[in-house]
Design a protein around this ligand. Structure first.
Ligand code: NAD
Length: 419
């Protein structure tokens, strides 16, 4: 994985690439390239042995022109201020592409969660929730899960917020367990939108997805569910998957559910007994497959590695898995990349449905969630391909940013500038 690309600079470059095709004045564009504010805090947490540890944490509120800030909270030792800023910016444009009424935000704590006990993680999470309390709210900023956080952390944050505010406000956070006000279909939503994007992409390009070969880098929430749905709903063969420990391969296709069960049991996909061989992550990313799904972290593919990518189509489940150099190389080589801000937007779209259900105190069956999600992703896909064709754009990422930038700019200009 390249250490070179700064994700915040990558975001700014992506906005600039799209701005060349959108009539946004330069000074307004500058505003769209920087967060409105970033909270930086140091959380002091009592460890189980009675000692204190300090953890740096961030919440970036990038742009609120289209609605409350929205975006996940990541627990990872590699979290930086610039990474959180980039992720919050990508959320702005993601919410705009799928046309849900949110701006963008993101949070992160610099921590290796595997080194903490559950009680330490709970104290850390509640400490962050206490710091976030003045800046979040159902109509202000609505966090959600991201890497290494899930329903458990969301439930703790909701409980801390509601206790301190002396109210019930389930819509303050999304990605909760069903019993805490979560939505049916939320856990699967990101993987589902990756599957839907792959289906639409192959259809648009005139390629057959049934029987196509697929490699998936990263086998967490996004990657493992995308792999399972691509296998079960589209009939493709997932021939290779990986996680941070390495990759496994079977030319006839892996049983994605069995690989998930093996990972749940052992902590990794490696050692899966039915795999034919084990590979490095780099070998997986350069395999000759019909579809490559990067679903781990940013900068998985840099310009050098992109020269060796042999897939015909890339659907980004992770946020920012390609550096701008990689994008240029793949565009040049005619590899079709369907960008993160469309492909993984299922997570935030169903978060939006969760928030709507929380506000209405009326809960939907899973079939309604999945139908509404499909409608949003297919409409967004069609909007993106129309922009691509109408403006003769170089690639689908630029098309997505053109659509999104136009929407953010319209919302901004209709509101006017407050002196
Ligand atoms: P996760 O923690 O559940 O899974 C991450 C996976 O990536 C793990 O299997 C981990 O082992 C693997 N990984 C880490 N480093 C790796 C490396 N160098 N090579 C190969 N594998 C590696 O996280 P997630 O929620 O699935 O998120 C993954 C990506 O998807 C992130 O970019 C996240 O921002 C994005 N995303 C997630 C959601 C969501 O709803 N979970 C929504 C939108 C975007």
């Amino acid at each position: 994985m390249s250490e070179e690309a700064n994700p915040f600079e990558s975001l700014q470059e992506q906005i600039d690439d799209a701005a060349a095709y959108v009539d946004v004045p330069g000074d307004v564009l500058e505003r769209f390239k920087h967060p409105e504010r970033v909270l930086e805090t140091n959380l002091t947490v009592e460890m189980d042995d009675g000692s204190l540890s300090v953890f740096k944490a961030f919440r970036s509120q990038f742009n609120g022109d289209r609605g409350p800030y929205k975006g996940g909270i990541r627990y990872h030792p590699g979290v930086t201020r610039d990474e959180v800023k980039a992720l919050s910016g990508w959320m702005v444009y993601k919410c705009a592409v799928v046309d849900i009424p949110y701006g963008g935000g993101k949070g992160g704590i610099v921590v290796e969660p595997r080194e903490l006990s559950m009680t330490e993680l709970e104290r850390l999470t509640r400490s962050f929730a206490k710091e976030l309390r003045p800046v979040i709210g159902e109509d202000r900023d609505i966090p959600a899960p991201d890497v290494n956080t899930g329903q458990r952390e969301m439930n703790w944050i909701k409980d801390t917020y509601e206790t301190l505010e002396n109210t019930t406000a389930p819509g303050v956070i999304t990605g909760k367990a069903i019993e805490s006000g979560g939505s049916r279909g939320r856990v699967e939503a990101t993987g589902r939108s990756v599957m839907l994007t792959a289906r639409e992409a192959f259809d648009y390009l005139g390629k057959e997805i049934e029987g196509a070969t697929v490699a998936v880098q990263g086998y967490g929430n996004a990657g493992s569910i995308a792999a399972r749905l691509i296998e079960s709903e589209l009939g493709a063969d997932v021939v290779a998957v990986s996680d941070s420990s390495g990759a496994i391969h079977h030319p006839d296709g892996l049983d994605t559910a069995a690989v998930r069960a093996h990972k749940d049991e052992t902590g990794t996909v490696t050692g899966y007994p039915e795999a034919e061989s084990e590979l490095t992550n780099e070998e997986l990313l350069t395999m000759d497959v019909d579809l490559l799904v990067p679903a781990a972290l940013e900068n998985a593919i840099d310009g050098d590695l992109a020269e060796d990518v042999a897939a015909d189509v890339v659907v980004e489940a992770a946020n920012g898995p390609l550096t701008p150099d990689a994008d240029d190389v793949l565009t040049e080589r005619g590899v079709h990349v369907f960008p993160d801000i469309l492909a993984n937007a299922g997570g935030v779209t169903v978060s939006y449905f969760e928030w709507v259900q929380n506000r209405q105190r009326f809960y939907w069956p899973e079939s309604r969630v999945n139908d509404e999600l499909e409608r949003h992703i297919v409409e967004a896909f069609d909007g993106l391909t129309s922009a691509y064709e109408d403006n003769d754009l170089p690639n689908f990422r630029t098309a997505a940013y053109v659509v999104a930038l136009q929407r953010v700019y319209r919302a901004y200009s209709e509101g006017g500038t407050w002196p």
